[in-house]
Design a protein around this ligand. Structure first.
Ligand SMILES: [Zn+2]
Length: 258
């Protein structure tokens, strides 16, 4: 894998909530994804990160104590992360530590983090999420790249019109209506190979944009999007093995809503 030039620490500034969490997930995926234009949204690393199960994405948050959640992220947690960061990644080329409420680190914890950021292990990256950059020590801030504010993210490709064939398929899938989807597929059985190839590539691109939050997902949801990406991989495979578009759309009619 070609080594991309990466910074070791990022700040995601924005109000606490799903948009900021999603931005942190996408940034984590971008840091681990081996594709030329990460995050591709469909590789093994992306899928695991976006599902929240990648072993090399480590969440650091306030811990549960005797009297409920601690008010602050404690220095011991940062020291533990620093020790863990010295160990090589499990699967990906690097490890990402996501501090979901970096503004909850006390001064001691921030100073411990600063030590790591001053001399980070080559494979470790940190993502600091905070409501405002002012809550972080200037010394910590100066070590971080400030990513686009989470309020501004996710606009991207949403405005571009999808090809009619791709939109039709996604709409039929989103409807969850087997009859509608079957009808859609039946009417496409006469497509030629080239159009079918374009169709599969178009669906993959749209699914990828949806997974990365650059396009509204039409209510398809992450799991269905993953399955559709896999189904399009299979479609491309079929085409390489000279399976006819007629048979391929027959398979899609059955498997899309499974
Ligand atoms: Zn990827």
């Amino acid at each position: 894998m070609a080594e991309r030039r990466l910074s070791h620490a990022y700040m995601l500034i924005g109000p606490e909530g799903p948009a900021r969490d999603e931005a942190a997930r996408r940034l984590s995926a971008a840091l681990l994804c081996p594709a030329a234009e990460p995050p591709c949204g469909v590789c093994r690393d992306c899928r695991k990160v976006l599902s929240g199960v990648h072993p090399d994405v480590i969440a650091i948050g306030r811990q549960e104590g005797d009297k409920g959640l601690h008010r602050e992220i404690l220095v011991d947690q940062i020291r533990a992360a620093a020790a863990d960061a010295a160990v090589a990644p499990n699967e990906a080329a690097r490890k990402v530590y996501v501090i979901a409420q970096a503004d909850r680190m006390n001064a001691q914890a921030q100073n411990a983090l600063l030590k790591v950021l001053e001399d980070p292990p080559g494979h470790a990256c940190f993502i600091l999420c905070a409501a405002s950059a002012g809550a972080l020590l200037p010394t910590v801030r100066s070590r971080c790249v400030r990513a686009a504010d989470t309020g501004d993210m996710g606009a991207g490709a949403a405005g571009t019109e999808l090809p009619e064939l791709v939109r039709g398929y996604l709409e039929a899938a989103a409807s969850g209506d087997t009859a509608e989807l079957t009808m859609f597929c039946m009417l496409r059985m006469k497509l030629d190979r080239e159009d079918t190839e374009g169709f599969a590539a178009g669906v993959k691109a749209a699914v990828c944009d949806m997974l990365c939050g650059r396009r509204p997902d039409m209510g398809l949801g992450r799991e269905r999007l993953f399955r559709m990406a896999a189904l399009m991989d299979k479609t491309e495979d079929y085409l390489r093995h000279n399976v006819s578009p007629k048979q391929i759309f027959g398979v899609l009619a059955v498997e899309t809503l499974r």
